[in-house]
Design a protein around this ligand. Structure first.
Ligand SMILES: [Zn+2]
Length: 78
């Protein structure tokens, strides 16, 4: 299920903060519904030098590593 029309094509959930974020640019939304988060994030360009501060991007990059390891685990189980 891919929505390539959205600016942020790699939106994932952060289970600790209960928020959605774009794994590509680090833009985050605190909406709990993915649809709402997509709408909010769609107002921002998906750019590493765009919406969010460098510090936030570094934080999200750490989270991304965490998510990727989780994803690998769940992929294994399937
Ligand atoms: Zn993005």
């Amino acid at each position: 299920m891919h929505n390539s029309g959205y600016k942020h094509s790699d939106i994932r959930k952060n289970p600790e903060l209960q928020e959605w974020f774009c794994a590509k640019c680090g833009a985050a939304s605190d909406h709990t519904l993915k649809e709402d988060a997509i709408v909010e994030l769609s107002a921002l360009e998906c750019s590493l030098h765009g919406a969010t501060s460098k510090r936030l991007i570094e934080k999200e990059r750490d989270l991304r590593e965490y998510h990727l390891s989780k994803l690998r685990d769940s992929t294994k189980k399937r």
